[in-house]
Each structure stands twice: as C-alpha cells, then as structure tokens.
Design a protein around this ligand. Sequence first.
Ligand code: 13P
Length: 251
Amino acid sequence: MTSQRRPLVAGNWKMNGLKSALSELAAMAQGYDAALHAKVDLLVCPPATLVAAAVQTALTGLAVGGQDCHAKASGANTGDISAEMLADAGALYVIVGHSERRTYHAETNAVVKAKAEAGLRAKLTTIVCVGETEAERKAGKTLEIVGRQIAGSLPDGASAANIVIAYEPVWAIGTGLTPTTADVAEVHNFIRTALTGRLGEGGVGVRILYGGSVKPSNAAELMAVENVDGALVGGASLTAMDFLGIAAAYK
Ligand code: 13P
C-alpha cells in the first residue's frame, strides 16, 4: 500500500443474498465507523435484486456496486442489466471480468473491455478482474496471462479515478488456498508496471486489489504486500463480522 492510494475493501456477494441479508449490510454500515472510514473505502456488491435496497441500507458511506453489466445502455437483451441501470439504482461501482463470468459465460477480454467501457460511460468506478487458472500457473504462464488480460480488458479512458484492478488467481477463489506473499507481490508489481506502461504516471494511482480466499486471519499479511491496495472478498463478505474483520487490517 502507498499512502497516495486509498485502500478499498470490496465484497462480492455473487449469487447470494435475499432481503434478509440486508441486516448484515446494516451491521457492516454500522461498523464502518469514523476510525475505519479515515483509513479505507468499503464497498459491497450484492446481487442486482438488492442493489437499490442496499443503497438505502448503507446510507453511512459504505458504497454499493453491481457484479456485472451489459455493454449496451439499453435494448433487447432479456435478463441483462446495464451500467446505467446500476447507476440509476444508486450503485457507484461495477465489477467486470470476474473469472466466473469469463469461465461460465465465455467472456473474452474484448467482451470485458466493452463492459468496462459501459461502466465508465455510466460514471461507475469499474473493477476489472484478472487472474490465471491453476493450469496456467503450473505452466509458468501467470504473468503472460495477466498481462494479456490487462492489455485486452482495460478500456480507453481508464484512469485512477475510474478504474480498479482486481487480481484474483482462479485457483484461490473459494478454495481456502492463497498464493505466497512473494507470488502476490510479483503479480501486483507486474500489474503496476503494465499500468504505468499504459497510463504513464497516472498508472501509479490505480488501486490493485487482491482477491481469492481473503479472510480476517490472512488479511493483514496480504494487505501489507507492496502494491496491494485492498481486497476483493467473496465468501467472507457475506457476514459483517468477517467483512469488518478484513477491513480491520487497515485500522
Ligand atoms: P472468495 O473470497 O470466496 O475466495 O472469492 C473471491 C472472489 O471471487 C471475489 O470476487
């Protein structure tokens, strides 16, 4: 972490959460006290059905975001949700290119880039996810894959003000496995270099989150790694106790 980048701890609820889960969000908002607020941004991305209600629940400054968006603003796309709709519901962020979208919905870098452009068009801070599979890591291709994802998924007009990168090794998502801090540092430093190569000095200000089995017990160690500016949290973002426990790494 560098002082010029304000850390972000983001929760991705994935396909979890009925209305009853808003009580956890309320508890997160309540726990996001002045001391924590001074140190870190907190964001929760609930399922789309809860975005508007979550915005009402999280009035105290905890931001709400969407988990995905369509590239177009509107049209004949049954079941899809546009970035403009998320913004209209009160979202401030959107996640694009999550590995679950890349894998289960066959989203290419070009698709992810179009979605990221939509996020910027709707004035949402857009979290672009990248990360290698286990096979790619074993084949020594991690940096090559991540480099290609950054080059192909990052939209024109990207800047520290509108883009966040999330490095999520696919094999670390939901498995309890995490890379070593040296491996995390290697990839985050590589992403920083790619960002400054693309954006010049502006690339220094872009936040790079680590995601994949982040928990209260490992958050402090992971968040202390150079060029790790926060976390993208799945399972442990579903309860206020765990999510605030991770954010406490910045206290
Ligand atoms: P877990 O924290 O459950 O491993 O999920 C990480 C993730 O995919 C967040 O987007």
